[in-house]
Design a protein around this ligand. Sequence first.
Ligand code: PLP
Length: 408
Amino acid sequence: MIRINEHYNQLKPSYLFSDIAKKVEAHQKAHPEVDIIRLGIGDVTQPLPPACVKAFHQGVEALADAASFRGYGPEKGYPFLRDKIAVNEYQSRGMDIDADEIFISDGSKCDTGNFQELFAPDIRVAIPDPVYPVYLDTNIMAGRAGDFDARRFSNIVYLDATRENDFIPQLPPGQVDLIYMCFPNNPTGTTITKSALRLWVEYAVENRALILFDAAYEAFIRDESLPRSIYEIDGAKEVAVEFRSFSKTAGFTGTRCAYTVVPKACKVYDKNGETTGLHGLWNRRQATKFNGVSYPVQRAAEAVYSPEGKVQVTALIDGYLENAAIIRSAMDLLGFDHVGGENSPYIWVDGQGRDSWSFFDLLLEQAGIVCTPGEGFGSCGQGYIRISAFNSRENVEKAMERMARALK
Ligand code: PLP
């Protein structure tokens, strides 16, 4: 008899965004005249930068010619892309990360989800609440979460991000082995300072723990004093893996290209407490289960680092950040407490006593706006919604006018 992995039954029956899609579909059916504005799912809306489109075309042309055709690429990604990332993202900013420590992948979703496979089933895992749901769900699937008590899993150490700590989780009281961090945060839009991040690195060193640092939104950081990478902190190379993506940086959500940095100095331990190389483990995992990102896509990603690509990417992100500023001032005018949206595309809004799905329903029904209920990101998200700046200027302005009319 073929039996299932019972841990899948511990997952919430439906993923957040499919619940939202169902509600939106039902509303649209009942009100076909409403032009619904989507500020919900964290997907980009603007086209790929022209420099990337050009390189993408050239990459396809190369595959059309027998002389330049390529099949399977190098398992960690093409050196032309890994070199550009190492220089532009790390070495030019004073971080000693080598191209050989970078693994190109088809998304940070897969990498943040898959990375836990490398570790023992009984490690203690700390996960922020609220946060991108992939970290918790993949640990549930792996059977690491324990029992669910209507609110939380018994084996997970939740790192609460609440109004009381300005939505920046505090260090766990006891010892944990694997720590997920996400800055700029999805969903709260908050960022962490260097001094606060240093405490986490010190904690990881002292406890022989590993930090999985998801920096999918680092390109939105405009405040020079804030860290864009965990490797800006001394010692982080020994205790942290960093995930980055071209999805939000350059509009690659549908194109698919990301990278993960696994420093060779990063230490993990076997059952006897002997150190072993994390880099080699991830290399083995990827070489076995992943076959690379297509050549044209890697060429398109490389173009992000061309002179014109850099200008275009900056303009793209500036546009979303300006949208975020419009949303923040609208929230101020309406008197809603909020955080995020300054170095992030997300604004986290307090529902002032409403639960998050009621706030979601109110915005959909009264203003034709789709947001994301905070509860979907963890129990600490109850009472909040996430508004995303990923839309056109016109739609964001229209949405904020509608919201003002509906909620004043
Ligand atoms: N990490 C975070 C925090 C995200 O919010 C997202 C997407 O929304 C991802 C990773 C996924 O990135 P990718 O498109 O590279 O899979």
